[in-house]
Design a binder for this molecule. Structure first.
Ligand SMILES: Nc1nc2c(ncn2[C@@H]2O[C@H](COP(=O)(O)OP(=O)(O)O)[C@@H](O)[C@H]2O)c(=O)[nH]1
Ligand SMILES: [Mg+2]
Length: 319
């Protein structure tokens, strides 16, 4: 029962989704999986079910990821145009993942997912968070507010390893002069060269700091007021929309395919411990689920920042 990935050009998102749906359903419904194996993998089966529902409804999940206080929650609020996620100058405002529907983009249903800061959770937990977020989401917005730190590089590598689509967002650009902004962008592009397309590195000012504005009336009297400039997430919004339009369905299918591939590895391991003879048949079928991911994956999941990490001396310090 080998399903072939249709060779279409340009990529046919609907066909990809149908294929992913079919392999997820096959995995879920396989009657040959012994009950003890199902019980041992109950949590994975539950995730698989949710993933199947997600692609059946055509939902897209977009998550923010990054250090605490880089403005992840603020960025989602700016995209939503309303305050759905709490932001705070204090650490630890977002303690668990939460989501909101992005009404403005109504094709199918796009959900924005907020997460705690990567440095708010310990190493192992962080790895799990990175992995969970990346495997449940179709697009990850990796947010930084200056040059990328070592912790960020590590986390970026973890997320990038599990997610197929990622945008690098330089937030808080209001804090920098145009020259500093350009330098930062240039550095980020250099560091991500070969792994993140320059187009996928965008700037934003999600919640610009208040400014003191001096108003002068007709009589020449000056009054000082504080004003918070409007958020600027135009470039980010446009990039997200372009990606969703061009690759949304394929992204969701690929993500499901990658999950199915990882799931089938775990399933095979479990089955081997229970019934070796059965395992051999099942393995043959599950290669198919992985085939979906491989066939749809436009770029190999590379260990992108390996070269970059060795170059930590390049950190630019800006005031
Ligand atoms: N200057 C400036 N501050 C920002 C910007 N975006 C967020 N902040 C501030 O950064 C702090 C942390 O924001 P928050 O969204 O809670 O960060 P999170 O921990 O990454 O979710 C808050 O005080 C925000 O007002 C921005 O674009 N410019
Ligand atoms: Mg937050």
């Amino acid at each position: 029962m080998v399903k072939k990935v249709p060779e279409t050009s340009p990529p046919d998102g609907d066909a990809h989704l149908a294929l992913a749906r079919e392999s997820l359903r096959d995995l879920l419904d396989d009657k040959r999986v012994p009950p003890p194996v199902r019980a041992a993998l109950a949590e994975d089966y539950q995730q698989l079910k949710l993933l199947l529902e997600k692609i059946e409804h055509g939902h897209i999940h977009i998550a923010v990821f990054g250090r605490v206080s880089v403005g992840k929650s603020a960025l989602l609020n700016a995209l939503l145009g309303e305050t759905q996620f709490s932001t705070s100058p204090l650490h630890g405002e977002t303690t668990r993942a939460a989501h909101a529907r992005w009404q403005e983009y109504d094709a199918g249903g796009v959900f924005l997912i907020d997460t705690p800061g990567i440095n708010e959770v310990a190493g192992e937990e962080r790895e799990r968070l990175a992995h969970d977020v990346a495997s449940r989401c179709d697009l990850v917005l990796f947010v930084v507010d200056g040059d990328i730190t070592d912790t960020e590089i590590k986390a970026l590598r973890q997320v990038k390893g599990a997610a197929q689509r990622l945008l690098l967002v330089l937030n808080k650009t209001d804090r920098y002069t145009p020259a500093e902004r350009e330098l930062l962008l240039k550095t980020l592009r250099e560091r991500a060269a070969g792994s993140i397309h320059p187009q996928d590195i965008v700037t934003a000012a999600a919640q610009p700091a208040e400014r003191i504005v001096i108003l002068v009336d007709a009589a020449g009297n000056e009054t000082e007021t504080r004003r918070r400039p409007e958020p600027d997430v135009t470039a980010l919004r446009e990039r997200i929309w372009d990606i969703l339009k061009a690759e949304g369905k394929t992204m969701a299918a690929l993500n499901a395919g990658l999950f199915a591939g990882r799931f089938s590895d775990r399933l095979t391991r479990e089955i081997v411990t229970v019934r070796r003879d059965l395992a051999e048949q099942v393995v043959r079928n599950y290669c198919l689920a992985k085939g979906v991911a491989v066939a749809l994956n436009p770029i190999p999941v590379a260990d992108i920042l390996a070269a970059v990490a060795t170059d930590a001396a390049m950190i630019v310090h800006l005031g």
